[in-house]
Design a protein. Structure first.
Lengths: 532, 325
């Protein structure tokens, strides 16, 4: 009898599970909310995540940020400055119209014409000099100079429908395309222009509350498992985890570190994680005068490489990862996690406080000096705690260190004004390769070249700039990778900047679901699968 | 009455003007929104272009006068973050906050007044003491913590109620409301309870103090001597006389519940105005913060007016005169 009951219960459970699966609805709780549905309005991770469901780009990246074909079936260089993209045939927009080269042209034209855009995608389109449409499914793109990152940058923006926006006659002009009017951001938010080629269609958008997507039955690629996907912003950490445990949502992104251990042990929950493309680092001001160091007669000790070496040797990166990051991070020796394109496998960092003390003495600071480290307190995982730990480690080698923590908006404004001698920050390589952090963080600030926009330290090494310039003009992948790895070594030899650790990104979901964790931190519903 | 109204409106206009100057300069002093909004990959040319697009390259006074000019014609500017009109953004969120606040106030009155009167009539009974002790807890427990506790108990452990969100909504004149569906009500219950907790305690204390005072008055003794039923004594003679302080405080509290329900809205991911305000402050979205404060000021003015009118209805001795206001 007992046995029978068990079998019955088992059968019932199977039926329940089956019915659950056939409903095929996926609810995802997210830590951040997109600011708009307009794919070209705001270059921001939550916006780009949502964009990837509705709008596709010519080229895409897989979970490890390697390039994969999307709307372009293939691409090749005709010469160093000319690229040919073969577009996929038979792809339909959500309104039934066919995807052609004109949609790409129109998208490129629209990107510089988004009113009030706080962070534009022109960053990724300005390398393009001219476009030639040889047939509806072949595009020739010319760049002014050799531009190896073109396919990578093609992954960053989504293609909108020229027909839906009334842009069939628009032609590309680098100086500015001509059109009577450009689609407004509002037209995407209210759904009229939310027409892409992606695996999902927009069903409902309520700002602050939810975005509901439904499956695109005519999708050209592998059709997603879910009929309906709901994204709900639950920005507070605790409540987001609670929503998962209560069964309100099936999956959450960025579960807080302090709950991870508990979630891993919970039999009803599974957790996946992967190394992200973000490095957390300390920047060291190397200008003549520096604001938050005292006890050095007005000199900036950080200009001395021995002091910088000492500051690196004094940090026990392993302890930070273990104690503060709960092992959900990896100690870092360079600006991008090894294994990704252009990183250098030979770089190492050591922990040796005695040697650090000795180096300080050699540099003429046997009694150290006083230092204040600036840090945000709500931007990176445990950012302020990490800065506190570093401060303690520095105090141990005789540098009296204080931490000046502030909320994001205050911190970044102060940092950009150059108010810190040493500050903690993070860098995500959106392109997934080494030129991104090298170009932004450590290259000499040269406005015309777009070098060093986030280099607030005044560090400058012509050798690095040359290597980087050369790499950015080398279309051959193997040669470019070598140049980037070499540039990475220059930065490391100079101790230009102190990488601390690579963040690990995690997702938590109810048992029975699986997700291939992504280095770019996107949560893509089409890649969530239920166990069969 | 008319003089009273005009004076009120003039006062409010001054408040609004001062507020907008303060908020404007305050947010300007915190930092540049572009520092938070722009992709870190952007180079200096991109940055300059974005700053120009949002009009942030102009000096503060120019920005302010441009804003003030537009504001007078009803345009409070476009949100830096969302690229849509700021007022629209705030008003879109208003119904969600309003219905939650209303339910919280109803809970506060329905639970607070009976318990308060009970405790006032029998101050030394065990029940009275327990009610008072409970009200101290309600005052002193932090909202965030109680909210999490409610979620852990009713959503995670018992699974009776959903943990967060707004649930199913029904559109009335194009405005979505949750309280009209069973699912929506289920979603509202925990956040409303969380929001009401403090108010319940407040009402209990006010009602108890009022009852203790009124119960000793001559007219109550007289009513008792006349042989009126206890229900009538409490329900008419006592209740009506303790309502004046309760209505005043609830009126003010209602305003603050609407304006500052930030914590509850964050814990329960309730898509109301409070959450919008916090997000906007973090991203230095000045047009939205200004619009929010203007809407809030307006709200307080209306609520205070309603409270004053209610006063004169509850207590005929009070007249709304031009001189007194």
């Amino acid at each position: 009898m007992k046995h029978q009951t068990t079998v019955l219960a088992g059968a019932l459970a199977t039926m329940l599970l089956a019915s659950h699966a056939s409903a095929a609805e996926l609810r995802i709780g997210t830590a951040a909310e997109p600011s708009s549905l307009d794919p070209h309005y705001h270059n921001l991770t939550p916006n780009n995540t949502l964009r990837r469901h509705i709008f596709e780009s010519l080229v895409d990246q897989d979970a490890k940020q390697r390039l994969i074909p999307a709307l372009a079936e293939s691409w090749r260089t005709l010469d160093d400055k000319t690229w040919e993209f073969k577009l996929r045939k038979g792809v339909k927009f959500h309104d039934g119209s066919e995807f052609t080269a004109q949609d790409f042209v129109y998208t490129l034209c629209r990107i510089p014409n988004v009113a009030n855009s706080p962070s534009s995608f022109t960053l990724y389109t300005k390398g393009i000099d001219s476009i030639e449409v040889t047939d509806p499914h072949t595009i020739i793109v010319k760049t002014a100079a050799p531009y190896p990152l073109l396919p990578v940058e093609m992954t960053t923006f989504g293609i909108i429908s020229a027909k839906a926006a009334g842009g069939e006659g628009v032609t590309f002009d680098k100086a500015g395309c001509k059109a009577d009017s450009w689609p407004s951001t509002q037209a995407f938010n209210d759904g009229t222009l939310a027409i892409g080629t992606g695996p999902f269609k927009l069903a409902e958008y309520r700002k602050g509350e939810r975005v509901v997507l439904e499956r695109n039955p005519d999708y050209w690629g592998e059709k997603p498992e879910w009929d309906k996907v709901t994204f709900r912003p639950i920005t507070s950490d605790g409540p987001r985890v609670a929503a998962l445990l209560a069964g309100d949502v099936d999956m959450v992104d960025e579960p807080p570190l302090q709950d991870l251990e508990r979630l891993r042990k919970d039999p009803k929950v599974s957790v996946v994680e992967t190394m992200s493309n973000r490095v957390v680092y300390l920047a060291l001001d190397q200008a003549e005068k520096t604001p938050t160091i005292s006890g050095t007669d007005g000199k900036n000790p950080l200009r001395d490489i021995r002091v910088r070496q000492a500051l690196s040797l004094a940090i026990d990166r392993g302890a930070i990862v273990k104690r503060i990051m709960n092992n959900t991070a990896e100690p870092a020796a360079q600006l991008l996690a090894p294994g990704l394109f252009g990183t250098n496998p030979d770089l190492k960092v050591a922990y040796d406080p005695n040697k650090a003390k000795q180096l300080l003495a050699e540099a003429g600071y046997p009694n150290g000096f006083e230092l204040t480290i600036g840090t945000p307190n709500d931007r990176y995982i445990n950012d302020e705690k990490i800065a506190q730990a570093v401060a303690q480690m520095y105090s141990r080698i005789g540098i009296k260190t204080q931490v000046d923590a502030a909320t994001v908006n205050v911190f970044f404004s102060r940092r950009n004004k150059g108010e810190f001698s040493v500050f903690l920050a993070g860098w995500s390589a959106a392109t997934g390769e080494a030129s991104s952090p090298l170009k932004s963080l450590v290259a000499t600030r040269i406005k015309e070249k777009g070098f060093g926009p986030t280099n607030y330290t005044g560090y400058s090494n012509p050798k690095l700039d040359d290597l980087l310039t050369q790499a950015l003009a080398t279309v051959d992948d193997a040669a470019r990778e070598k140049l980037l790895a070499e540039a990475m070594k220059v930065v490391s030899d100079d101790v230009a900047i102190l990488p601390l650790h690579y963040e690990v990104t995690s997702w938590a979901m109810r048992k029975g679901l699986s997700y291939a964790p992504r280095a770019d931190q996107y949560t893509l519903a089409a890649s969530v699968r239920s166990a069969k | 009455m008319l003089v009273f109204l005009i004076r009120r409106i003039a006062q409010s206009a001054i408040v609004v003007a001062i507020m907008s100057v303060l908020v404007f300069t305050g947010i300007f002093a915190i930092g540049n929104p572009i520092d938070v909004l722009i992709s870190p990959e952007a180079d200096e040319l991109e940055r300059a272009a974005a700053i120009a697009r949002l009009g942030l390259d102009r000096p503060l006074h120019e920005q302010f006068f441009a804003f003030a000019g537009n504001a007078l014609s009803g345009d409070l500017g476009i949100s830096f973050v969302h690229g849509v009109p700021a007022v629209e953004l705030v008003l879109e969120r208003f119904p969600a906050t309003l219905e939650l606040a209303l339910l919280a106030m109803i809970i506060a009155v329905l639970i607070g007044i009976p318990l308060g009167i009970w405790a006032g009539l029998r101050p030394d009974s065990p029940a009275g003491r327990i009610i008072m002790a409970g009200s101290i807890l309600g005052f002193s427990l932090p909202t965030f913590w109680v909210g999490m506790l409610l979620i852990m108990a009713f959503a995670v452990s018992l699974g009776w109620l959903p943990a967060s969100g707004r649930g199913e909504t029904v559109d009335v004149f194009g405005i979505p409301f949750s309280f009209l569906t069973a699912d929506g009500l289920k979603h509202m219950l925990l956040p409303a309870l969380n929001l009401a907790l403090f108010k319940v305690s407040l009402v209990i204390r006010l009602a108890r103090a009022g009852t203790r005072e009124v119960a000793l008055q001559d007219y109550v003794r007289f009513a008792r001597a006349k042989g009126l039923s206890p229900a009538r004594i409490v329900g008419v003679h006592i209740l009506k006389n303790i309502m004046i302080p309760v209505v005043t405080v609830l009126g003010l509290e209602f305003g603050s519940v609407i304006a500052f329900s930030v914590v509850t809205e964050s814990v329960f991911a309730w898509p109301g105005m409070g959450k919008l305000l916090i997000d906007s402050i973090l991203l230095l979205d000045r047009p939205v913060v200004v619009a929010y404060l203007l809407v809030t000021v307006l709200l307080f003015i209306v609520i205070n007016l309603v409270v004053d009118v209610l006063y004169s209805l509850l207590d005929p001795r009070i007249r709304l005169g031009g001189a007194k206001a």
